[in-house]
Design a protein around this ligand. Structure first.
Ligand SMILES: [Zn+2]
Length: 160
């Protein structure tokens, strides 16, 4: 067997596709020929590093864990959205309460300086407060509830 014949059979030899007689001839040539042996070694080494690369890169446990971590990340984002929503609601309630408390104080000043539209729109919370004294208590209860909801949403956002 010459070198060309031997090299032509490398891949069949690698895949164990040669019959015993041809396989023995290839092995005999590899034992005798330094050049073919070197080339054979190169092929097997390249193959080994390729297999090693595939094993290293192939999806394993880590990927599954990453996906799971991503899923809980999505839940975290959802919690953040509800957190933001509650934050906006909280700010709204806070502004309402602030208006209820502050407007009666600044209303006389506003009334002197501002026009008809402001006279008609801004006193509404103050009028409500005057008409329903319970509105103040209700506002404070709403504020407390908003704070509780915020605490719950924050805790949820941190835990998940
Ligand atoms: Zn050879």
């Amino acid at each position: 067997m010459n070198c060309d014949d031997c090299r032509e059979l490398f891949y069949e030899y690698l895949d164990n596709e040669l019959d015993d007689m041809v396989r023995q001839r290839v092995e005999r040539h590899l034992g005798e020929c330094r050049v073919c042996r070197a080339e054979w070694q190169e092929i097997t080494e390249a193959l080994a590093s390729y297999r090693n690369f595939v094993t290293t890169v192939s999806p394993g446990r880590d990927l599954t864990e990453d996906v799971l971590a991503n899923l809980s990340g999505q839940e975290r984002r959802q919690a953040t959205v509800s957190f933001l929503f509650l934050g906006v609601a909280f700010m709204g309630i806070l502004m309402f309460v602030g208006m209820c408390i502050l407007l009666p104080l600044v209303y006389p000043i506003l009334r002197v300086g501002l026009d008809l539209a402001i006279n008609n729109l801004l006193p509404i919370p103050a009028i409500m407060l005057m008409a329903f004294p319970a509105a103040k208590t209700a506002s404070l209860i709403l504020l407390g509830l908003a704070l509780l909801l915020m605490t719950w949403a924050t805790r949820r956002a941190i835990l998940y």
